[in-house]
Design a protein. Structure first.
Length: 204
């Protein structure tokens, strides 16, 4: 095959590539897909970018802390023990039990954070020794990495508030002296009826 034939083949290939590129650019310009103004379905755990913040990830809404004086007495301890089975993949919850991937959890409610001398905590966890209250554990168990960025605990968290409440009720049973349950929050009373305005004449 002489050079003329090779030149024709190379020219045909190059022409085809140019044609394909032209078609691609024309198609993209005609059928540009605009992002939806509002997502149709939100996938749990996925943070979306907000156009109003220049593409920055929107911070998740703060979860309301339950009234532990009301929810703990009504919690399902048995269901909490089922949830605890997930914790026991990395933690021991028995009295005098050993540290595993994570520290043992006997007497954890009310215990100072990062206070077990036999366990090597991350610097992020060791930076604060605030006692583990019901509220702190409730928040931490939802998303450990969100509350303590840099913690060694890679657990994704318990999204269900009921699961966390039941787990806390179960952990109370794994203490030498169960952490006291706080008193229920006082019931909200409706606003008292406003007195009639004396400056206005009474209607007949």
């Amino acid at each position: 095959m002489d050079s003329w034939e090779w030149n024709k083949i190379a020219g045909a290939v190059l022409g085809t590539l140019i044609f394909v590129l032209v078609i691609r650019f024309a198609t993209e310009s005609l059928f540009t897909v605009q992002p939806p103004a509002k997502e149709a379905y939100h996938v749990e755990g996925v943070v979306t970018a907000s156009a109003s913040t220049g593409g920055a990830a929107a911070a998740p809404a703060e979860e309301a802390v339950p009234d532990f004086g009301t929810v703990l007495p009504a919690a399902d301890v048995k269901a909490g023990s089922t949830v605890a089975a997930r914790c026991q993949q990395c933690h021991d919850i028995s009295k005098g039990g050993p540290d595993k991937i994570g520290p043992e959890l006997w007497n954890v409610i009310g215990r100072a954070r990062a206070s077990e001398t036999t366990f090597s905590y991350s610097s992020a966890m060791s930076s604060d020794h605030t006692p583990w209250s019901y509220a702190l554990l409730f928040k931490y168990l939802k998303s450990p990495q969100a509350m303590v960025p840099g913690t060694k605990m890679s657990f994704a968290g318990l999204r269900s508030a009921d699961d966390r409440i039941n787990l806390l009720a179960y952990l109370r049973t794994k203490e030498d002296s169960p952490a006291p349950i706080p008193a229920p929050a006082p019931a909200k009373t409706p606003d008292a009826a406003k007195p009639a305005d004396a400056s206005k004449p009474a209607t007949k």
